[in-house]
Design a protein around this ligand. Structure first.
Ligand SMILES: [Zn+2]
Length: 101
């Protein structure tokens, strides 16, 4: 069934967390930018990131290619991080504006 090219091979949307090794789901950079600390926002580039949901793990977001890792201390906990991390990923397109239903 190869060669038609109509269905792009389903790229693995999970990566292993570099720290704990648990599968981490894809998250859009626009979802990250609002929750990282102010001086780290510039590190968030237009790229795909992954989010580690393991509460025992210090890694929150990471990007393999750029080797950027955001740890729990890099996250501004006063922002709506909870909403981001627990969100039901129905909007993973990164519009960033549909939080309020
Ligand atoms: Zn982890």
């Amino acid at each position: 069934m190869a060669g038609c090219g109509c269905s792009k091979k389903n790229e693995k949307t999970k990566k292993e967390c570099p720290l704990c090794g648990k599968p981490s789901g894809n998250i859009h950079y626009l979802a990250i930018r609002p929750v990282v600390k102010e001086d780290l926002k510039k590190l968030v580039q237009e790229d795909s990131y992954y989010i580690c949901n393991n509460s025992d793990c210090d890694v929150v977001f990471f990007n393999e290619e750029t080797e950027i890792i955001f740890l729990t201390r890099d996250i501004d906990m006063t922002s709506n991080f909870y909403e981001v991390s627990k969100s039901n990923t129905k909007c993973s397109k990164g519009c960033g504006g549909c939080k309020g239903e």
